[in-house]
Design a protein around this ligand. Structure first.
Ligand code: SF4
Length: 182
C-alpha cells in the first residue's frame, strides 16, 4: 500500500463509542510524529474535516445506534479502500448493545420522564436529532468490514503494530500478548 509519491490517507470516526479507542490511538505518544511522516488524516475527531473523502484506511470506533451513525458508516465504506472495526463496540455492539434487550420507548421514558433528576420531563423530538434505532448493531451488519481489532480499547501497542503493518502493505499481525478482549 505504501506509495512513495503520496502519503497514506486515513479517516477515523466514533459512532456509538466512548472515544476510548481514539484515546488509545493517541497513547502511541511520540510515535504520533512518526505516524504523521507516513500518513495524512482525512475526517477524524482530530481534524475539522466534516465528510470522509477518498482514503486508504478507514477506522471505525463504536456500533450503529442511530440513523446518523449509519450514514457516516456508509460514507466511510464508500470512500475507504480498507475499513477497520476497532474495539468491541464496532465489532459486537459491546456495552451500548445491552439496551438491545430493553424496549426503546421504555428506555426513553426511564431517562427523560421518570428519572427524578430530569428537568423538563420531555422526550426530545427535535427534527435535528438523529432517529434512534431499536437496537445497537455491530458495523459488519451494516457494511462490509475488512479487519477487526479487538480490545476495549485495543492497547496502543496493538494499534501501532496494526497500523504500521497496513501502511507498509503487509497483512496485519498482532502478537498474542497484545490481543485483548477487555
Ligand atoms: S470498544 Fe471500549 S474503548 Fe472503544 S469505544 Fe467501545 S467502550 Fe470505548
Amino acid at each position: 500500500m505504501a506509495d512513495e509519491k503520496r502519503k497514506i490517507r486515513i479517516a477515523t470516526c466514533s459512532l456509538a463509542g466512548c472515544f476510548g479507542c481514539h484515546t488509545s490511538m493517541l497513547d502511541i505518544d511520540e510515535r504520533l510524529f512518526d505516524l504523521l511522516k507516513m500518513v495524512e488524516f482525512d475526517r477524524t475527531p482530530f481534524t475539522d474535516i466534516k465528510h470522509c473523502g477518498p482514503c486508504d484506511i478507514g477506522i471505525v470506533e463504536g456500533g450503529v445506534s442511530n440513523a446518523e451513525n449509519a450514514r457516516v458508516l456508509r460514507e466511510f465504506r464508500e470512500n475507504c479502500k480498507v475499513l477497520v472495526a476497532i474495539g468491541p463496540c464496532a465489532i459486537t455492539g459491546n456495552v451500548p448493545a445491552l439496551r438491545n434487550n430493553i424496549d426503546l420507548w421504555d428506555c426513553f421514558q426511564e431517562v427523560y420522564l421518570y428519572d427524578p433528576g430530569t428537568e423538563g420531563k420531555q422526550i426530545p423530538n427535535d427534527s435535528e436529532l438523529p432517529l434512534p434505532f431499536d437496537k445497537v448493531y455491530p458495523i459488519y451488519e451494516v457494511v462490509k468490514v475488512d479487519y477487526f481489532l479487538h480490545g476495549c480499547p485495543p492497547p496502543a501497542e496493538a494499534i501501532w503494530k496494526f497500523l504500521t503493518d497496513l501502511i507498509q502493505g503487509k497483512e496485519p499481525e498482532i502478537d498474542y500478548e497484545l490481543l485483548r478482549y477487555d
